[in-house]
Design a protein around this ligand. Structure first.
Ligand code: NAD
Length: 352
């Protein structure tokens, strides 16, 4: 039986995460997928009940689950002195090395481009971001008031494991193309190593095509003709920027799901924050969190060789497709009038 953690987070997390769980459970019931769902405190609830936004009981239990859903953290809700450094330490502790973010357009929803269907993988444990790359201290420093120094880390292990994940995902898709985005002609060693590991990995996946595009040109191509891309994999900082650009192409935050995955575990986490401006009104768009849950089912299906989880993901995906195509039960940000709960209910009702 699969063990799945449920961490609501704050503000709209309390509204969208239950919708995701509801849809995942309904899809699982259709395929007979067995799972134990374990609620764990985090965020303001963690602070109120255990005196910490990431209680030890939560960290200890997460070590025992196959994967989890995590709602957004509302930093503004905490007392100033409270430690709220949750996401980077979690990624590091559980070695969640790839942030997988699909970018998909729907024919009847407004978007800058149509027929976009890209899966981005942003490496999340290395690169330029100091919180990701250092064990202690900071990844940047200022030896005197006129000089600031930051650095970037790429390892063979880090590049290789995100490459494998990209090829594995590409293998499940129609186009089967991995685009590795880097800037090797300038960053010969760091981007060079990242690219080398992708070239090596390509030999293990003869059914998948590897393309390489330099990051500046990629940013332009993504805006002009995103339809040419399938699976796109890149380093931490480049990915941080390009995945937001991708989300902007197809309608923004409400439509931006994500999965942060490692070799052993994965965390379903939408891109959006806790949206305190709309919290408590049952109007938040549950799409991003529901589809993050769908990605977790897909990942569990692949990694645990559980065809029932894979089938449940497909059922959930098709149901969401129907709800969006019908356009009757959409939240306000998508031009509809439905509440968060009504949109979630519609997804469950659309499952065949
Ligand atoms: P935000 O993503 O919460 O909100 C930005 C805008 O998008 C708001 O107008 C909000 O109403 C809207 N929005 C976001 N999600 C939506 C949804 N599902 N449906 C409809 N509209 C939606 O970003 P912010 O306002 O900059 O941050 C709010 C809080 O969230 C802050 O405390 C921030 O630190 C935190 N945050 C947490 C995470 C995380 O835990 N993963 C990520 C980003 C921000």
């Amino acid at each position: 039986m699969l063990k799945i953690g449920v961490l609501l987070g704050d503000d709209i997390g309390l509204e969208v995460v239950p919708e995701a769980v509801k849809c995942m459970k309904a899809a699982a019931a259709k395929t007979g997928m067995q799972a134990e769902w374990i609620n764990l405190p985090i965020g303001k609830t963690g602070h109120d009940t255990h005196g910490h936004t990431m209680p030890q009981i939560t960290v200890d239990t997460l070590a025992t689950v196959d994967g989890w859903l995590q709602g957004p953290i509302g930093h503004n809700a905490y007392p100033r002195h409270d430690p709220t450094w949750i996401n980077p330490p979690l990624r590091k502790k559980f070695e969640l090395f790839a942030n997988v973010k699909p970018v998909k357009s729907y024919p009847n929803l407004p978007s800058l481009h149509k027929d976009v269907d890209i899966v981005f993988l942003r490496e999340t444990t290395e690169g330029m971001q100091s919180s990701s790359v250092v064990f202690a201290g900071a990844g940047e420093f200022r030896p005197n008031d006129d000089i600031s120094i930051g650095f970037r880390v790429v390892t063979r292990k880090g590049a290789s494991r995100v490459a494998r994940e990209a090829f594995e995902i590409a293998r499940t898709r129609q186009k089967k193309i991995v685009t590795c985005v880097h800037k090797e002609p300038v960053y010969r060693l760091v981007c060079g190593m990242f690219a080398e590991e992708h070239r090596k990995m390509a030999k293990e996946y003869p059914d998948v095509t590897l393309n390489e595009v330099l990051v500046d040109g990629f940013a332009m191509k993504l805006v002009m003709r995103p339809q040419q891309f399938d699976v796109v994999v890149t380093t931490n900082q480049f990915g941080d920027i390009l995945t937001d650009e991708g989300a902007g192409l197809v309608g923004g935050l409400g439509l931006a799901p994500g999965l942060v995955c490692g070799e052993k575990q994965a965390m379903a986490q939408a891109t959006h924050g806790s949206a305190p401006d709309i919290a408590g009104r049952n109007i938040a768009n549950p799409y991003a969190m529901i589809m993050s849950g769908k990605m977790l089912l897909e990942w569990l299906g692949r990694k645990r060789s559980d065809p029932k989880a894979t089938a449940a993901a497909k059922i959930l995906d098709d149901a969401m497709e129907r709800v969006i195509a019908e356009g009757k039960q959409l939240t306000g940000d998508l031009g509809g009038k439905a509440s968060t709960t009504q949109m979630g209910d519609a997804v469950v009702a659309a499952m065949k």
